[in-house]
Each structure stands twice: as structure tokens, then as C-alpha cells.
Design a protein. Structure first.
Length: 719
């Protein structure tokens, strides 16, 4: 279906709205968002800022009215012109610095999930959000790039909670007509672009394209009539099913992704595997060289020289491993025999030197076949070198050739319109430009406290209004107990200090650290003179019962009358809700057990909106905390009970520093000390933790060398 066909009616004068609505460029440009919202503000809110749904459901009479409104047309043409300039101009950051690179040879970025917008629900959490921000910043900087992922027809899962707080995992197929997707076809018009061998039959691979500014993202799909019924569902769910399904999805992503790019005529100059899920992409390219007759040493060196691998977690469960029997069942022997290997030789590509040698370790394979390897924060880089030292026998951890690029967040996506306009008034417009001088951020400290505080108060009111509307909707749809309403945040007080905690409910992230002592928590929450309230959101992995139990404890607390409605759990956490939370809470909590948080970008998003973070010194906070932009729980030292130590420090900070500073107001109710901390939060995040800065570092440290193939051609570690 073409862009124009997705929208049944558009006046001729507004025909360009179809192209605008189907390129996610609009999602991080205020003028484009405001243009769509002005067509029908109610529909815009009801469909959670989905312009395709808006235009399909808008009254034709209203569209005709817009087409004859000179002011609307003026804004429409201005947005069109800006989009044209940003997407087709040659005066990009990348071209200015590397005019000899990228001519038809993009960086191919393989990732299991992409969080691009809430209207494209094919993501679960941090990995996907990072990938989405990566694509947007790549577009802003003009880096030639193509993303490769999977189109999950049923997304991740829809979260509902039972009356006792147990997470129920549901799913609902989405409507591709309401998404900015274009089906890709072969020259003969077929949807089949590539064929992939598996243990018992071939799988046919189709693909969809989604435009993210200049960036193309190709999403693979097996729901084709040419496939066996069982194979059509292989790409239906993200992280669903057992290990066998996970293996097949990664086989499709890696091998199928390379073959689809070849079929589309895309010739990457460099290849980036974003997490171990994508390691088969490297093996497929190795197969191509070996089957052409290249020697094993040269083939491995060629693959490595053009390849980059990013690992995102030090948690063992985050690294996929597959048993020998699973590999043999999924991958036909003819595949590795065509590479001149037997089963043992193939397994050795993914063999961990210390763990069960009969397993195929995806991260080990990726490290072996990539010259550039990095963690996602300075601390995570140190931890990754320690974890993977065994791949370099005899080499000390500090000498292991694994670097780091600290993650960043896409500022135009995550900074609220209100904060952006405030910065425009006081910094001018230069701060928005890609590659803007870091010194510009010093001027944030000159913003009047009163203006910043009243901007935040307005955003906080918007959050509580959103919470009430969502509660009202769920009450009419599926809630049947009044206690659900209390637990959903309808009793929250806009004047109380509001803490936000929203992320995946893995046990090491310790969402329940606050619950360690009910008495101390209740004293904090129900102090009549300076009350505190907490808003929780997040999903536990469908297979993580321990995470579900943590979530259940929090939900049961939220329903308990003893907390006086000052704890809320918001169902079905997704990008739209995330925006509201980052913009509207007063303090962002991040409480991982050190050193298990690789980066933790949620605190960066909150900081861009003037929300200080209170967190353990892990991930980005170990390098981002300045003493002025939030609060840090100190490392516990030699104490044996780490959770006890961190819990005590957390409450001491809240009781002795955070609450007094929040309530220290002038005669007009402005907390000047708090506003100062808000300004430092914005300044530090804007200077050092944006996706634009992250991409500049990837280009300098990895992409340029990989595109030129001069990253080195030595043999991979550990054989």
C-alpha cells in the first residue's frame, strides 16, 4: 500500500500530508506535530499522536476547511519545505567531515527491536528505545544508514493486572494500515525477497520499510502465503515463546537480513550488530566469503574489519545461548558444510571458553567476528572487559580491546515542547542544531528560576490529567473494582513531591527497594506537612515470575488504604506514557544493584526535562553525576548486605536532602534551590548525554574505520 493509499481522502492542496505522515521525521519536529494536532485536537489525543489514524478518521469537511485556510496552508508549506531541506540537502554534519564516505555504502545496523514511535509497537524496552534514538540521531547528522529488524505482528505484549496485581500477558494484532509501513517487493512483484534454510524446510522472507527521516529501517516478515502455517507466525511476537522460537527469530534476523539487503541492492560499507541477537548476520557474511573460495583466515579478517558489535548488558540472562541440539534442529548441516565446516567447527564460532562447550553463545560469536566491540557506558566498558577477558588468554582486563560509547537519548524526541520553547527563549535556536557547541548549555543556568519552575508545574499537571484520563478509560473497558482506581493514581496530589520509577521489572533493578521497611515508607508517604508519592510503571518479561512477583507487591501496596493513595502503578507502560512520566515527575529513581545496569538512559530523558535523578552510581550516572544535578547513593563498600545499605542511603537522602530542598520556597512558592538542581540536570544531559553526541563518537571510534576496512585484520580472539 502506497503512502497515499493509506489515507482515503485528502484534498489536492494537502496531498503532501500523506508523505509527511508516513515518515517519522514529523515525530521530533514541533511544527509538524502542531500542524497535525490543529486538524483535530481531540482525535490527535485519542489516537496518541498517530497522524495516519488522524487523517484516516478526520471529517472530510474539516480537511477541506484546512485546505482553504490560508494560515494552515502557510504552516503546511513551511513544514514541507523544512522536511525537504533536512532530508535531501548535502550540508550535513557527516558529509562535512567525511565527504569520501557513504556514497551508496551505508552502515547496516541489525537489532532485534526498534522503538521508533508508540504507533509502531515492536519494542519491549531499553534496547529498542536506544535503537530508535540511534536511527533518529543518525538522520539528523546525515550518516548513511539502514536499520534491519523484525516486524512483530503482535508486538511485545499488552499488560493487564488482575485484582491481586498479577501481570496478565495479552496481545492484539496491530493494523499495518495505521502504521507508516510500506511493503517491499521483488522485481517480479512478489513479496518474497529471500529464502532461508532451516532444519526441515525453507522459510520465505518478506520485508517492510519505515522511514525515519533520512534513515531506512527494513523490518523482516514471515507472514507470507508461501510459507508453512507454522512459519508464518515466527515473527509474530517479540521475545515470545521458548528458546527454539528465539533461535529461529535470530536466524531470520541475521541470515535473512543479509539476504534481504542483497536482494534490495543495498551494499553496506560497515555492519553493526546491536546486541548478540544479531550475531548470525556476521556468520552469513563469513559464509559468503568462504563459499566464494576465500581462505578462512582472510574471510574472518574481512568480516571483522568491517564489523562493529555493541553489548548492552553484564547480566548473564541477557546473553542468548543455544544448545547443540537446538542449533542442529534449526540450521541445516548443509549450511555449515557449504562453509567447509563440520558441526564442531560451526559451534566453535560461538563457543565460550569457560561455559558449556556444547552451547552456542551469541555474544561470543559476535565478539570473535567484530573488530570494534564496545559497552554502553564507561563503567559498563570496564565490566565488559572483565567479563570477556577469557577470550583473550593472558591479557589483563585493562588491555582487553573492548571500548565504550556511552548511550545518549534523542533530545528532540524526549525533551518536552514546553522545555524546548523555554530554551529557545533564553538560548536562541542554535542549541538545537546537530553538533552545536557544548558551551551553549552553560546558558541554561541563567534561566530564571520562576520560569523553569512554572514550566515544570504545568507539565506535572499534564501528567496527572493524563493519569486520570487513562484511569477513566480502563474503568470503562475492563476494571471492575474501585480499588483499581486508587492504585492507578487517581488520588495523587499535584502538590506532593512525586517520585517516578518506570522500567522493565527485572529483579536487579530493585523496584521494591523502597518497600524494604513498610514503617519507614509509610512515614515518608503520609507526612501531612510534606507528603511524598511514587508513580511506578513497567512490565516484567513474560517468563520472569520473580519480576512479576516484585510488580505484584508494588501493586498490592498501591491498593492498600494505608498509603492514602500515594502509590500508583500505571498499566501497560509504552512510549506515550514514558514521555508523560519523564516530563511530569519531580525526581527520577534508578536503583539497580551495581554493576548490573549497563547504562540506564531513562534518567537522561528525565534530566532533559529538568527532572533530577536519584540513583545508584551505576551505568551513565557513574559518569554523569556532578553533585549538582541530582543525588547519588554511594557505593556500599565492604558491607555484606548491599540492598540494606542502598535502602538506608536512599531513605536518608530522601528524608534529609531531597524533601527539605523541595519544600524550601520563597514567598511566591518558588523553590530556588530545587530549580538550580533542575537547571544543572538539563545542562549536564544536554552537553554530554544526547544521541547526537553518541553518534559522533560511534562515527569517530568505529564507523569510519569499519567503512574503510582499515580497522585491522588480525585473527579473532581465542581462535
Amino acid at each position: 500500500m502506497s503512502h497515499r493509499q493509506k489515507i482515503p481522502y485528502l484534498p489536492d492542496a494537502l496531498e503532501g500530508l500523506a508523505e509527511l505522515a508516513t515518515n517519522l521525521w514529523w515525530s521530533w519536529h514541533l511544527e509538524a506535530r502542531a500542524l497535525f494536532a490543529s486538524i483535530d485536537p481531540i482525535l490527535w489525543r485519542q489516537w496518541w499522536h498517530n497522524p495516519i489514524a488522524l487523517l484516516r478518521k478526520a471529517d472530510p469537511a474539516r480537511l477541506a476547511e484546512c485546505a482553504s485556510d490560508p494560515q494552515f496552508l502557510q504552516r503546511y508549506h513551511a513544514v514541507q519545505e523544512r522536511m525537504r531541506q533536512e532530508l535531501t540537502g548535502d550540508d550535513t554534519w557527516f558529509h562535512a567531515r567525511h565527504p569520501d564516505l557513504g556514497r551508496g555504502r551505508p552502515i547496516a545496523y541489525f537489532c532485534a527491536e526498534f522503538a521508533l514511535h508508540n504507533s509502531v509497537p515492536i519494542y519491549s524496552g531499553g534496547l529498542g528505545v536506544l535503537a530508535g534514538d540511534h536511527c533518529k540521531a543518525i538522520s539528523d547528522l546525515g550518516v548513511p544508514f539502514v536499520g534491519v529488524g523484525l516486524l512483530y505482528a503482535k508486538g511485545y505484549f499488552d499488560q493487564k493486572l488482575t485484582a491481586d496485581g498479577w501481570q496478565v500477558d495479552g496481545d492484539e494484532p496491530f493494523d499495518t494500515d495505521l502504521m507508516p509501513l510500506t511493503a517491499l517487493r521483488a522485481e517480479d512483484g512478489s513479496r518474497v525477497l529471500a529464502t532461508l534454510p532451516t532444519g526441515d524446510r525453507d522459510i520465505h522472507i518478506g520485508a517492510w520499510e519505515i522511514r525515519v527521516g533520512r534513515t531506512r529501517v527494513i523490518l523482516l516478515d514471515t507472514d507470507l502465503e508461501e510459507n508453512h502455517r507454522d512459519d508464518r507466525a515466527l515473527t509474530s511476537k517479540l521475545y515470545g515463546g521458548g528458546r527454539e522460537l528465539r533461535l529461529k527469530q535470530e536466524w531470520i534476523l541475521g541470515v535473512g537480513g543479509v539476504r534481504v539487503l542483497r536482494a534490495l541492492g543495498v551494499r553496506p560499507g560497515a555492519w553493526h550488530a546491536n546486541e548478540g541477537h544479531a550475531a548470525f548476520m556476521l556468520i552469513e557474511r563469513l559464509r559468503e566469503y568462504l563459499e566464494r573460495g576465500m581462505g578462512a583466515h582472510d574471510a574472518v579478517a574481512r568480516v571483522r574489519a568491517h564489523s562493529v558489535f555493541t553489548t548492552h548488558t553484564p547480566v548473564p540472562a541477557g546473553h542468548d545461548t543455544f544448545q547443540r541440539e537446538q542449533i542442529e534442529s534449526c540450521i541445516p548441516a548443509a549450511y555449515w558444510e557449504g562453509m567447509g565446516m563440520d558441526t564442531e567447527g560451526f559451534l566453535s564460532l560461538g563457543r565460550h571458553p569457560e561455559i558449556d562447550h556444547q552451547t552456542f553463545h551469541m555474544t561470543a560469536a559476535a565478539i570473535r567476528l567484530c573488530q570494534g566491540v564496545n559497552g554502553v557506558s564507561e563503567r559498563h566498558g570496564l565490566e565488559t572487559r572483565r567479563i570477556w577477558q577469557s577470550l583473550w588468554p593472558g591479557v589483563q582486563p585493562e588491555a582487553v580491546p573492548i571500548g565504550h560509547v556511552t548511550n545518549g537519548v534523542h533530545m528532540p524526541t524526549w525533551m518536552s515542547a514546553e522545555i524546548r520553547l523555554l530554551l529557545d527563549r533564553h538560548l536562541g535556536h542554535e542549541w538545537r542544531a546537530p553538533g552545536a557547541a557544548p558551551e551553549l548549555w552553560d546558558r541554561v543556568l541563567e534561566i530564571p528560576d520562576r520560569e523553569l519552575w512554572h514550566t515544570h508545574v504545568g507539565l506535572k499537571k499534564q501528567l496527572f490529567r493524563f493519569i486520570r484520563e487513562q484511569s477513566r478509560r480502563r474503568w470503562t473497558e475492563h476494571w471492575d473494582e474501585p480499588a483499581h482506581l486508587a492504585a492507578s493514581g487517581t488520588l495523587l496530589d499535584p502538590d506532593a513531591l512525586t517520585l517516578g520509577f518506570a522500567r522493565r521489572f527485572a529483579t536487579y533493578k530493585r523496584a521494591d527497594l523502597l518497600l524494604r521497611s513498610e514503617g519507614r515508607l509509610l512515614r515518608l508517604l503520609t507526612n501531612a506537612r510534606r507528603p511524598v508519592q511514587i508513580v511506578f510503571a513497567g512490565k516484567a518479561h513474560p517468563a520472569d515470575d520473580a519480576g512479576k512477583q516484585v510488580l505484584q507487591r508494588i501493586y498490592q501496596l498501591a491498593r492498600d488504604p494505608k498509603v492514602e493513595g500515594r502509590v500508583a502503578f500505571l498499566e501497560d507502560y509504552e512510549l506515550h506514557l514514558a514521555h508523560r512520566l519523564y516530563e511530569g515527575v519531580d525526581v527520577w529513581l534508578n536503583l539497580p544493584r551495581v554493576p548490573l545496569e549497563a547504562c540506564g538512559t531513562s534518567g537522561m530523558k528525565a534530566a532533559l526535562n529538568g527532572v533530577p535523578q536519584l540513583a545508584t552510581l551505576d551505568g551513565w550516572w557513574a559518569e554523569g553525576f556532578t553533585g549538582k544535578n541530582g543525588w547519588a547513593i554511594p557505593l556500599p563498600g565492604e558491607r555484606s548486605d548491599v540492598d540494606e545499605a542502598d535502602w538506608d542511603h536512599l531513605f536518608t537522602l530522601l528524608e534529609d536532602e531531597v524533601l527539605p530542598l523541595y519544600h524550601e520556597r520563597d514567598a511566591d512558592g518558588v523553590p530556588h534551590g530545587w530549580a538550580e538542581r533542575m537547571k544543572h540536570a538539563i545542562r549536564e544531559a544536554g552537553r554530554n548525554f544526547t544521541a547526537g553526541g553518541m553518534i559522533e563518537r560511534y562515527v569517530a571510534q568505529y564507523y569510519v574505520g569499519a567503512c574503510r576496512g582499515d580497522a585491522g585484520t588480525d585473527l579473532p580472539p581465542n581462535g
